[in-house]
Design a protein around this ligand. Structure first.
Ligand code: KG4
Ligand code: ZN
Length: 350
C-alpha cells in the first residue's frame, strides 16, 4: 500500500510517499527558516499561511518523483500534533479533503512517533527493542521502544528541551535563527575547555534532564567576560581595536562550552538508560540528532560499551513528511490501523 504523508506542525512543510513493502518512494520539503529569520523565531500566523501555499505543489512534486498518481494512494497520513494549531490544521485539512474526495482512510500520526521511528528508514534498520533519545526543539525524552506503538517513557526534560537550549543560547550570542545549527557551526572555532558551564542533573539517579539553568549560566559568563573586555579596552587603547576579535573568540568558546555541556548530559543519560533497561541499541531522533558533536560522542562512547547507535539520515533528522508517512506505514504493517474505519473525516489535531 502507498501512503501519502503530510507534516506541517511548525515551520517545515513536508510531503512524502511511502510504500508499506518498498519503503520511502519520494519526499519533498519546504523550510520556512528564511521567512522567520527576520523575526528571530517562528511566527505562527506566517507559518500557517506558508503551509497553505506549499502543500499542494509539494504533493505534486512527490507524486511525480514517485512516478505515481493520486489514485494509487491507499491512505493519507498527517501530523495530528503536537504543534502550532493553525499550522497543523493546514496538513490535516489537506489530508482530510484529499481522503474524502478519493474515499480513502486517513491516518493521524503523533509528531514524536514520526521522529521516534524515523531511524528505521536508515540502512541498517534498528530492530526492536531499543532505547530512543528524542531531542528536538520542543522535546527531550528517553523512551524504551519495544515495538510500533509500544513506548515507555523513561525520562524527560523538566524544563527546556535540548534544542531550545541550543536556540536560546544562540540568541544570547547574537546568532541567527534557528540557533542550533548556527551554534554548532560557531562551536567548531571555539575551545570548550576555556569556559566552565554546569552539567545540569548529570549525577541525578533518574533519566530526567534540565537545561534552563544553562542559558542563565551562559548569560552570566557573557556579562562577566564582556565587562572584563570593556574594562581592558578602556585602559589600553591598542586593545580597544582588538576587542571585536576577542568578542568573536569569546562567542566561539561559549558556543563550544554550551554544546559540550548539552552533549555530555545527553550522552551520559543515554548510557544510563541503556544500563537500566539492559538494552544494547540506542536510536537518536529529532533535530538535535543532526548535531555532529553529539553523533561523534555517542558513537565513541557506545563503541566502547559494545552497544550500537543508529541515527536517521541527516536530512530526515529535522521535521519532514517522510517520517509521518513512514510511521503510518509501520502502523499499517503492524495491523494498528483500521483501514475500513468509518470515514467520518473528523479532524484529529492536538
Ligand atoms: O525536530 P525538529 O526539526 O523540530 C521540532 O520538532 O522541534 O528540531 C528542531 C531543533 C531546533 O531547536 C534546532 O535548533 C535543533 O533542532 N537543531 C540542532 C541542529 N540542527 C537542528 N541543534 C544542534 N545542532 C544541530 N546541528
Ligand atoms: Zn519535530
Amino acid at each position: 500500500m502507498i501512503i501519502l504523508g503530510f507534516e506541517s506542525s511548525c515551520d517545515e512543510t513536508g510531503v512524502a510517499a511511502v510504500c508499506t513493502e518498498r519503503g520511502l518512494l519520494a519526499h519533498a520539503l519546504h523550510t520556512q527558516v528564511a521567512m522567520h529569520a527576520a523575526y528571530g523565531g517562528v511566527v505562527p500566523e506566517l507559518a500557517s499561511r506558508d503551509h497553505i501555499r506549499r502543500i499542494v505543489p509539494l504533493t505534486r512534486t512527490v507524486l511525480k518523483q514517485a512516478g505515481i498518481d493520486l489514485h494509487q494512494v491507499g491512505a493519507i497520513a498527517y501530523t495530528a500534533g503536537p504543534g502550532l494549531a493553525g499550522a497543523l490544521l493546514v496538513g490535516a485539512s489537506a489530508a482530510v479533503a484529499m481522503a474524502w474526495s478519493l474515499d480513502l482512510p486517513t491516518i493521524p500520526v503523533h509528531h514524536l512517533e514520526g521522529h521516534l521511528l524515523s531511524p528505521r528508514m536508515a540502512d541498517p534498520c534498528p530492530d526492536f527493542p531499543f532505547v530512543a533519545l528524542l531531542v528536538s526543539g520542543g522535546h527531550t525524552q528517553l523512551m524504551r521502544v519495544d515495538g510500533v506503538a509500544r513506548y515507555t517513557l523513561l525520562g524527560e526534560t523538566l524544563d527546556d528541551a535540548a534544542g531550545e537550549a541550543f536556540d536560546k543560547t544562540a540568541k544570547l550570542l547574537g546568532l541567527g535563527y534557528p540557533g542550533g545549527p548556527a551554534l554548532a557551526q560557531l562551536a567548531t572555532q571555539g575551545d570548550a575547555s576555556k569556559i566552565s558551564l554546569p552539567r545540569p542533573m548529570l549525577h541525578s539517579q533518574d533519566l530526567d534532564f534540565s537545561f534552563s539553568g544553562l542559558k542563565t549560566a551562559v548569560m552570566t559568563r557573557l556579562k562577566e567576560a564582556t565587562a572584563k573586555l570593556t574594562e581592558t579596552a578602556l585602559i589600553d587603547a591598542e586593545l580597544a581595536a582588538d576587542s571585536p576579535a576577542k568578542s568573536m573568540v569569546l562567542a566561539a568558546d561559549l558556543a563550544a562550552a554550551t554544546q559540550s555541556a548539552i552533549v555530555e548530559v545527553l550522552v551520559a543519560k543515554s548510557v544510563s538508560a541503556l544500563k537500566q533497561t539492559g538494552l544494547r541499541r540506542l536510536v537518536v531522533a529529532g533535530g538535535v540528532g543532526a548535531n555532529s558533536d553529539l553523533r561523534r560522542q555517542l558513537a565513541k562512547k557506545l563503541e566502547r560499551l559494545q552497544a550500537e547507535v543508529f541515527f536517521p539520515p541527516l536530512e530526515l533528522c529535522t521535521d519532514n513528511g517522510a517520517m509521518i508517512a513512514f510511521a503510518a506505514a509501520e502502523r499499517v504493517k503492524h495491523g494498528l490501523v483500521d483501514l475500513n474505519n468509518p470515514r467520518d473525516y473528523s479532524f484529529n489535531v492536538t
